[in-house]
Design a protein around this ligand. Structure first.
Ligand code: SF4
Length: 369
């Protein structure tokens, strides 16, 4: 099964750490953007009729900022032109303060069954510093509108002066809102973002401090029945994200919209990050792709190893051997030996031991050939 990612590039304002394709000043182009998105969806769907898709993910940007009729229209287009499995998981990212009960009702009526809320932190002063558009109270108001639904929350660690205690309190807030899934990412100071200046000024936490906060948060989440299933993702049993799990299995997905990436038939391709360029390409029947590359041989094997080692379960060795007509244990014996302190074989799986998963990057590079 494959996934569909749809990028909605509009936000109310720009957060200080954001380097995603989101264009607060371009929100007036919503209608024309969706006209292009519908068109791209039709073309991609027709070309991929032989594949079955079982997840849809609206990300951004802030997908919830546009009127619900556009999201509904895109789901209708997907249903019309793609081969969708029964009971697809359909997720929408939303920010507190951008939805009301009417909007939620509209989402549910078109089959959206998973809601991913950008919380980031439960502290209003930190939210303000990040230029987020909401308060902690707004988060709870949004959760109330979603009572009984499958809710996920995004949390950031590594904020200026942040403590483990504050992250635990943020987790408490998320759980009080009925959240069953948490994505917890470390703040990355991307070049060109305002937060990068804080980084250059030495104001952000060190890697070791962030790792300590991560460990404290992971233990706390486990105490609360929210288990890690991927290095940055935690869920109550049965609430894992199907859409994201497919990425880590090196499963196929199609990305629709500006900046969206795809992996289909062994090729990775990415649409332009430029909004006007994207819309012009679609209008004039040209490809919006700015890169398209076949991934094969050792590169494909490395992707498979790197992605699956991000998960708690690890890599399915038999699947690897079958997919690449290779013998993992023989071919990667040296890298396995070098990392024997940090990794283990459990049954048919090769995994990174619990305490080292957070530093998996330094381990997986040994599998590069
Ligand atoms: S809401 Fe998300 S996409 Fe929009 S500016 Fe903030 S971080 Fe970027």
């Amino acid at each position: 099964m494959a996934g569909i990612y749809v990028h909605i590039p509009f936000c109310k304002s720009k957060c200080t750490y954001c380097d995603f394709a989101s264009f607060p000043k371009e929100i007036g182009k919503t209608e024309s953007y969706f006209a292009c998105l519908y068109r791209e969806t039709e073309g991609r769907g027709k070309a991929l009729k032989n594949k079955v898709f079982d997840t849809i993910y609206f990300g951004g940007g802030t997908p919830s900022i546009v009127p619900a009729k556009f999201i509904a229209g895109e789901i209708r287009q997907i249903k019309k032109f793609f081969n969708l499995a029964k009971n697809p998981e359909i997720t929408i990212e939303l920010n507190p303060g951008t939805v009301d009960s009417e909007k939620i009702k509209a989402y549910k009526s078109v089959g959206i069954n998973r809601f991913s809320i950008g919380l980031q932190t439960g502290y209003d002063d930190q939210l303000k510093e990040l230029n987020r558009i909401h308060t902690a109270k707004d988060f709870l108001t949004t959760c109330n509108l979603l009572k009984g639904e499958n809710i996920s929350a995004d949390i950031l660690i590594g904020l200026k002066n942040q403590t483990a205690e504050q992250v635990k309190k943020t987790i408490d807030l998320a759980l009080a809102g009925g959240v069953k899934h948490i994505s917890m990412y470390a703040l990355t100071p991307e070049v060109g973002t305002p937060i990068y200046t804080d980084y250059l000024n030495g104001e952000l936490l060190s890697d070791d401090e962030v790792a300590d906060i991560y460990d404290a948060a992971r233990s706390y989440l486990a105490e609360k029945g929210i288990y890690r299933y991927e290095v940055s993702n935690f869920a109550a049993h049965g609430f894992e994200s199907r859409h994201n799990y497919n990425y880590w299995q090196r499963g196929e997905y199609i990305g629709l919209g500006v900046s969206a990436s795809s992996f289909i038939d062994g090729r990775r391709f990415t649409n332009t990050f430029n909004l006007n360029e994207y819309m012009n390409a679609v209008i004039y029947n040209k490809t919006p792709e700015i890169s398209n590359e076949e991934i094969s041989g050792d590169d494909a094997e490395f992707e498979f190893i790197m992605l699956s080692l991000r998960t708690e379960k690890g890599m399915d060795v038999e699947k690897f051997n079958k997919e690449f007509s290779a013998d993992f244990k023989t071919k990667y014996a040296a890298a396995v030996k070098k990392n024997e302190k940090y990794t283990e074989f459990i049954g048919n799986y090769f995994r990174i031991k619990d305490e080292y998963l957070y530093v998996q990057n330094s381990i997986v590079t040994d599998f590069l050939r």
